[in-house]
Every structure is written in C-alpha cells, then in structure tokens.
Design a protein around this ligand. Structure first.
Ligand code: TYD
Length: 143
C-alpha cells in the first residue's frame, strides 16, 4: 500500500551558514515533492499540550521545528513511528493519509508547516475510527 509511514521521510534542507547566523531556504518542487500553497506555524504551545490528532486526505506537508523541539507520531493505520524534530534545517515530509499527533513541545517551540493546498476542512479526518475506514478504502483504490 502506498502512503505508508515509510514515505514520511526526513528531508535535509539547504543551510547557508555565515558567521552572522544561518539561513534555510525551502523551494517547492525542488526541495519538496509538492508546490507550496500555504505556510502556517504553531507557537506559544502550553507545556504538556498536544496538537494534530487528525489525518489529511490529499494534503502533503513538510513539518519543521523552526525553533525548539517536539515529537510527531505518524500512523498509517498499520504501522506507527515517532519522529523527534529539533533542527530548523531538517523537515519531516508527511504524505496524505497519515494520522499525526504532535506533542512534547519544548518551551518556545515553533512548528512551521509548509502545505500543498489551502486550508480546507473537508480534507481533514478528525476521528480515528473514520481514519481507519478511510485507510481500508484507500488501500483498495491505491493497491
Ligand atoms: P488544526 O489544523 O486542527 O490544528 P492542529 O492540528 O495544529 O491542532 O487547526 C486548528 C484551527 O485552526 C481549526 O479551527 C482550523 C484553523 N485553521 C485555519 O483556519 N487555517 C489553517 O490553515 C489551519 C492549519 C488551521
């Protein structure tokens, strides 16, 4: 089956270093397998709080710890893995059809997300049982 957690890979990003600090550039279709149509970021996350808790039907995302650190649980309905992000020059590619939860935010963490589509609530699956049903049909369509 396609779109498993194994397609959710860590993508090294360009890092241009000089003595006054670093700059990282992300370009859609070059660094990433999608065109960037939206950028958003999570910040001021109170200690112990979780984000995510949903899947997307079609959306591709790159998640970056622009500052601080956090963990991302990825679940394709069969396999799960937890990825820790703590460097602004690495991103986590999340392909469509993956349940994700983001937690263990460090103080001051900024979770930057580059996304392939504009915000659309109908692209979300917010119920885990519904996600499992979606994955069963997804398997039939994509295998
Ligand atoms: P959501 O994606 O559920 O947050 P998270 O996964 O980080 O916990 O979004 C939280 C709220 O923000 C929800 O009401 C929808 C809104 N929202 C937008 O209006 N536009 C966006 O681009 C995003 C990502 C969220």
């Amino acid at each position: 089956m396609k779109n498993s957690i194994y397609e959710c890979i860590i993508v090294p990003l360009t890092k241009i270093h000089n003595r006054a600090g670093n700059i990282t550039v992300v370009e859609g279709n070059i660094s990433l397998p999608f065109k960037i149509r939206r950028l958003y970021y999570l910040y001021d996350i109170p200690a112990g709080m979780d984000r995510g808790g949903h899947a997307h039907k079609k959306l591709y995302q790159l998640i970056v710890a622009a500052s601080g650190a956090f963990e991302v649980l990825l679940d394709d309905g069969k396999n799960k893995k937890v990825v820790r992000l703590n460097r602004p020059d690495y991103g986590l590619l999340v392909v469509p059809g993956i349940w994700r939860e983001i937690f263990e935010f460090s103080s001051g963490a900024v979770c930057l997300v580059l996304a392939s589509q504009k915000y659309k609530e109908s692209d979300y699956i917010r119920n885990y049982q519904e996600f499992i049903r979606f994955r069963r049909n997804f398997g039939k369509i994509h295998s």
